[in-house]
Design a protein around this ligand. Structure first.
Ligand SMILES: CC(=O)SCCNC(=O)CCNC(=O)[C@H](O)C(C)(C)COP(=O)(O)OP(=O)(O)OC[C@H]1O[C@@H](n2cnc3c(N)ncnc32)[C@H](O)[C@@H]1OP(=O)(O)O
Ligand SMILES: O=C([O-])CC(=O)C(=O)O
Length: 437
């Protein structure tokens, strides 16, 4: 057994009695009430999911296994010659809650390398799709196509399902998916945008570095990839991609079915696709100005025009956060500390939007949170390094988000969480409950 799997096994054994005790002795303890507004309004704030992998505080933002973003980056083993950690070490942290040693990290690096070859039939599936398919549709199709390889599904079909050990099959599938998602994303990128020319993997590289290499990027971009995948990994359990993955997996669907579904949710403009929308919005705006950085007045007008046409300002607002997203801040700091990027006109515009948009949104008076989220700041970095195909940005998000979603469904199996099935009511029942029937 690998060190990661052994450690995870120990953690699962330690954790199981806590869940069992809660279910057996405390099942009737109330966590809150559900209002009519919540039933109609997307269950906002309903406290009915459990995860220990990350927690989102409305004011502070995300913590991964109890650590803030700067703490996470500082704690994990760094790729030699780089300021950023191995994505593989972060995976170890998400799964176990322990910061891995360099040796433990390198074991995951090696394991993923062994699993990373993209099967030929996946390439066939991608090539069979119309070339103008959205890259997220391609990504989702590639993931679900690999379902035939699921260890979990095959053992289930063979009558080998065992509630205590089935997490091991999920772990197998999750690791295989994690190892292949970067190379699949790179294939889609080069097929669609780089004349269908492809770059062979470099056996020396870690997952983040490999992705940069396979899309044809510079050495500098390797750190961008590592940072991006870690920052986008997890945002507790209620967001659309994590919740969808969890929901689908709760029917004992395997990781391929579950994460393909999660990707489909991430592709919505109110969720992950907002990072594509942010770039479309800013590029359209810059084009109108002939590439000049606008005045504050001009920017305000453009923001109001967007709001008055009934659209949202992409990259702003959040269902839980009530302050600037620390993932935004982390990427902003990256921009400020990168010569060239710091003075880049598009970054100047993103900075100016940060100064102007919260005031406009507050005056508009609808959004509960006028501050930027992660999507407002990620695209400018990609654009600066030459990844200008913004239609592709959500695939980058999807590679990173897999870390959180797949770690979560591995634990779902380990703790035997039940099939998810909330109860629905009719409108007449709500009217009766409200006394307006
Ligand atoms: C990785 C991520 O998924 S981060 C989020 C990415 N999405 C975006 O950036 C899209 C822009 N933002 C939004 O649409 C929203 O803020 C969401 C979807 C993120 C959160 O939605 P909610 O929790 O419903 O937000 P909230 O309670 O503040 O919404 C209240 C009203 O303000 C509006 N509002 C919220 N954010 C914005 C915004 N950025 N621009 C304009 N209006 C907004 C809502 O559309 C809603 O209007 P309605 O009453 O007419 O339906
Ligand atoms: O938490 C949410 O609802 C959306 C979000 O920021 C994420 O999933 O990263």
């Amino acid at each position: 057994m690998s060190t990661l799997k052994e450690t995870l096994f120990k953690k699962i054994q330690e954790h199981r009695p806590r869940t069992t005790k809660l279910v057996k002795e405390c099942a009737d303890v109330k966590l809150g009430d559900v209002t009519v507004g919540q039933a109609i309004g997307g269950a906002r704030g309903v406290r009915c999911l459990v995860t220990d992998i990350s927690y989102l505080d409305p004011m502070e933002g995300i913590r991964f296994r109890g650590m803030t973003i700067p703490e996470t980056f500082a704690a994990l083993p760094k790729v030699p010659g780089s300021e950023y950690p191995y994505v593989e070490g972060f995976w170890y942290l998400l799964l176990t809650g322990d910061v891995p040693t360099m040796e433990q990290t390198l074991e995951v690096v090696e394991d993923w390398k062994q699993r990373s070859a993209v099967p030929e039939y996946v390439i066939d599936v991608l090539r069979a799709l119309p070339r103008d398919s959205h890259p997220m549709a391609m990504f989702s199709a590639a993931i679900v196509a690999m379902q035939r390889e699921s260890v979990f599904a095959s053992n289930y079909a063979a009558g080998k399902f065992n509630k205590m050990t089935c997490w091991e099959d999920m772990y197998e599938d999750a690791n295989t998916l994690m190892a292949r998602l970067g190379p699949i994303g790179a294939y889609i990128y080069r097929m669609k945008y780089k004349g269908d020319t492809h770059i062979a993997p470099d056996p020396e590289l870690d997952m983040g570095g490999q992705f940069a290499h396979m899309i044809g990027q510079s050495d500098e971009y390797k750190d961008v990839a590592r940072m991006y995948f870690i920052l986008h990994s997890d945002h507790e359990s209620g967001n659309v991609s994590a919740h969808t993955t969890h929901l689908v997996a709760s029917a004992l669907s395997d990781a391929y079915y579950a994460y393909s579904a999660g990707i489909n949710g991430l592709a919505g403009p109110l969720h992950g696709l907002a990072n594509e929308e942010v770039l479309r919005w800013t590029q359209n705006f810059m084009q109108k100005l002939g590439g000049e950085v606008p005045t504050e007045e001009g920017l305000k007008e453009a923001l109001w025009a967007t709001l008055n046409s009934g659209q949202v300002i992409p990259g702003y607002g959040h269902a839980v956060l009530r302050k600037t997203d620390p993932r935004y801040t982390s990427q902003r700091e990256f921009c400020m500390n990168t010569p060239g990027l710091k003075d880049y006109p598009l970054f100047q515009l993103v900075k100016m939007i940060f100064e102007v948009a919260p005031g406009v949104l507050t005056e508009h008076g609808k959004a509960k949170n006028p501050w930027p989220n992660v999507d407002a700041q990620s695209g400018v970095i990609q654009w600066y390094y030459g990844v200008t195909e913004y239609e592709y940005y959500t695939v980058l998000f999807g590679i990173g988000r897999a870390l959180g979603c797949l770690a979560n469904i591995t634990w779902d199996r380990a703790l035997g969480y039940g099939i998810e099935r909330p109860k629905s009511l009719t409108t007449a029942m709500l009217e009766e409950a409200a006394g307006i029937a």
